[in-house]
Design a protein around this ligand. Structure first.
Ligand code: FES
Length: 107
């Protein structure tokens, strides 16, 4: 199972095994990682699952789609270069070792 590490706004880290095909958001919510609110349940309609993808994974993970890109413009925490909505990142073997920093404010 690919691993994903969440870096919380306080600097602490949590590493989890993700199920193939589960999103970074789902993996966090299922395991009680704080800081990802996911109000819309993964429909790309709330921007409360905002994360910053680590630089070294930015190319592998890729950028946001058009709808996600629009949603990120309205995120409570200003977007950065590698901002993504974690519900739109589906885990797979290629993403093993992924590191994401959770945006400090989601709502
Ligand atoms: S959970 Fe709502 S946009 Fe990701």
């Amino acid at each position: 199972m690919p691993k994903v590490t969440y870096i919380l706004p306080d600097g602490s880290e949590t590493t989890l095994d993700a199920r193939d095909g589960d999103s970074v958001m789902e993996t966090a919510v299922k395991n009680g990682v704080r800081g990802i609110v996911a109000e819309c349940g993964g429909a790309c309609a709330c921007a409360t699952c905002h994360v910053f993808v680590a630089d070294e994974f930015a190319d592998v993970v890729g950028g946001p789609g058009e709808v996600e890109d629009d949603m990120l413009d309205g995120a409570v925490t200003d977007r950065r270069e590698h901002s993504r909505l974690s519900c739109q990142i589906k885990m797979c073997a290629d993403f093993d070792g992924l590191r994401v920093t959770i945006a400090p404010k989601q709502v």
